[in-house]
Design a protein around this ligand. Sequence first.
Ligand code: 1HN
Length: 364
Amino acid sequence: MDMTPPPKPGQPARADNAARKAFYDAISSHSMTPLWEVLHALVPPSPTTPCQPALWKYAEVHPFLMQAGQLITAEEAVRRVLILENPGLRGQSCVTQSLYAGLQVIMPGEVAPSHRHTQSALRFVVEGQGAYTAVDGERTQMKPGDFIITPSWTWHDHGHPGHVESDAPVVWLDGLDIPMLRFFDAGFAENGSAKQQAVTKAEGISYQRYGANMLPVRYDAPFGQTSPIFSYPYERTREALHQLEAHAEIDAWDGTKLRYVNPATGGSPMPTMATFMQRLPAGFEGKPWRQTDGAVFSVVEGHGSVTIERNGQSWTFDFGPRDHFVIPSWHTAQLHSQQGCVLFSFSDRPVHQALGIHKEERLS
Ligand code: 1HN
C-alpha cells in the first residue's frame, strides 16, 4: 500500500504512486527529469540562499594568518591566503554564492609573484604598512583602509620590501568574482615570465590622471569597464565621511554611506563588484533593510553590532576593527553602534543591476 500522504493544497505533486515513480526512472536513464517535482524550488517566492550569516573575529583569525606565515612562503603559495568560506558553502571557496573572499598575508622581504587572470580582484587593506601591489607597471603602497583594484586580465604582483621602520606583516582582504566566472565557465589565467613585473610608471600616476575629478581630454579606458583609478586611499574616504557625518543628514538605515565609483562612468569600480564605505555615528540604532545582493563587510574602525534575520531565525554579531562578516541575500539586517564605527563592504550589486533584478527593501 502506498503510505505517502497526499500533497497538501498548494503543494507540488509528488512521486506518490508507482506509475509516476516508474515513469521518472524510465526518463531518468535518458537524462530527463520532471519539472513538476522541482518547480517550486526552482522559482521560490523569494530568495532561498544556502549562504549563511557569518562572522570572522580578527582575534581568532590573526594567529592562524601568522602560523600560515611560518608554514609557507608567499612565493611557494603564490598567494598566501586563508579563504573565508561561508559555513553554508563549505568546500566551494565562496563567501557568498557569487563572491570569493580571503585574507592574504605578506611578510617583510616577500614577493607574491606576477600573474594575471580574467577574474577581477579588490584588495581592502586590513593592517600593516610597507607592502605594495603592482598593476600593469604601476606600484601602489598598501595602507590600512585603502581600497585597491586589480582589473580583469592585468598583470599583478605584491611585495613587501621590509626596509621601513614598521617591519610587520601586511594583511588585506581579497574580494574576487571567482564563483561568477566559474558559473559562466569564462576564466583564463597566466603566470608571468618574471617573478616581479617591470615598474614602468611613476607611483601615483593613475591617481593624478584620473583621481582629481578630472579625466584626460582624450580618455581611453585603460582597463575597459574597470575604473582607471586602482587605489582609493582611505585618507580621502575617511575625511569625506567624517565631514558628511558632521554636516549632513544621517540616513536612518545606512548612517553615512558612500559608494566607490569609476570616475569615467559613475558606475561601480568593477563590472562585477560594488564597494562601499560607511560611518555609523555614535548611538546609531539603524532601521532594518534587505537587499538581493549578499554583502561582505570589513570593519575599519570602532565597534558595533549587526542583527540579521530570515524566516524566524536570528543572528547577532558584535564586531570590532578588522572583523569580517557576511549578510546573505534577502536577509533582514540592522546595524547598531554605541561609539560609532566605519565599515567597508562589497557585493555583486552591479550584476543584479545590469540584469534588472536588483531589489532592496527598506523596512521600518
Ligand atoms: C589572486 O590572484 C590573488 O592576486 C588573491 O592576490 C586571491 C584567489 C584566487 C585566485 C587568484 C592575488 C586569489 C587570486
